[in-house]
Design a protein around this ligand. Structure first.
Ligand code: C5P
Length: 293
């Protein structure tokens, strides 16, 4: 049996995010489209020692390698609920995906932890067996067990995979300041809609080209994110001015993604937006989730 694993959890964007209403449990009922993109963290899991240890490298910012980290929480949850015993583990996380960005980095790391431990311990739970554990860790975590393109409903944890649209090239732009997801929801500025846009996307996604994608972009959290960080409007305008076919806040922001005509255009747009103090990446959409090299 293999004693260590390296996984590459990817980021996501949401080309459609509809807020349907507020639920009695404090969460919001959503209909949203998830799409993995080629920006990654790296997670190494090693069976060693007798306790759980976490180490962080890369752009970890304020994220601590302690028990509040979603990777450590996912590992503890797996050992307690799936394996039923303590095990020694070293979890090394290298952050490439920015924090508090609307790109789902922490959720993807948590999903990778569950998938990695399932493989390392030969528990054979797979996506169906890990989904409940994943949903307890966060609303976006179940999506990252499969990745690619999917429709999410409920609080975002009920996942229906969609057939992969043709690969698209996007430009991600993240300003220095992050946004807290609960604060964005709490701001009272989310727009409520009926879920029709997400359903249309789900029906059309298989044949969608860049122009088609740019036309259906919608995010009901965008007014709330802009209310907290007006700079988002400047970033959207900069992307459109540099040649993006459409631009939208991802998730609860503040990252904005622009849809490019093709790879060359994405690289040109990314070059134009560099040097303004923002993080900029040209990335393709992915047909898969966590990479296990
Ligand atoms: O599920 P997760 O831990 O990612 O959610 C973080 C916070 O975002 C929640 O505590 C809640 O304030 C908000 N949220 C929400 N409705 C959702 C998902 C998240 O209100 N569907």
């Amino acid at each position: 049996m293999s004693e260590s694993l390296i996984l590459r959890p990817p980021a996501k964007i949401n080309p459609v995010l509809e807020v349907l209403g507020k639920r009695p449990d404090g969460f919001h009922e959503l209909a949203l489209i998830f799409q993995t993109v080629g920006l990654y963290d790296e997670l190494e899991i090693e069976r060693v020692g007798s306790t759980l240890r976490m180490e962080m490298t890369g752009h970890a910012g304020s994220l601590a390698p302690d028990d509040t980290n979603l990777v450590a929480k996912a590992a503890r949850s797996f050992l307690e609920r799936a394996l039923g015993r303590e095990e020694g583990l070293r979890l090394r996380l290298r952050k490439g995906i920015p924090l508090a960005a609307g790109l789902g980095g922490g959720s993807s790391d948590a999903a990778a932890t569950l998938l990695g431990l399932d493989r390392l311990f030969g528990t054979g739970l797979g996506v169906p067996g890990l989904s409940e554990l994943a949903a307890r860790l966060g609303s976006d975590v179940p999506f990252f067990l499969t990745g690619g393109t999917a429709l999410g409903t409920g609080r975002g944890e009920i996942i229906q995979p969609l057939s992969a649209p043709p690969e698209q090239w996007l430009v991600l732009v993240k300003p220095e300041q992050g946004l807290s997801t609960p604060e964005v929801y709490r701001s009272g500025k989310a727009a409520f809609t009926d879920g029709a846009r997400a359903r249309v996307f789900a029906n059309k996604s298989a044949g969608m080209d860049a122009r088609g994608l740019a036309q259906v972009l919608y995010n009901g959290l965008e007014p709330a994110a802009v209310g907290l960080l007006p700079l988002i409007v400047t970033i959207k305008e900069a992307l459109l001015g540099a040649g993006a076919l459409g631009a939208l806040v991802s998730g609860s922001g503040p990252t904005v993604f622009g849809v490019a005509k093709d790879r060359a255009s994405a690289l040109t747009i990314a070059g134009t937006l560099g040097g303004r103090g923002w993080d900029v990446w040209a990335v393709p959409t992915l047909a898969q989730g966590v990479d296990q090299p």
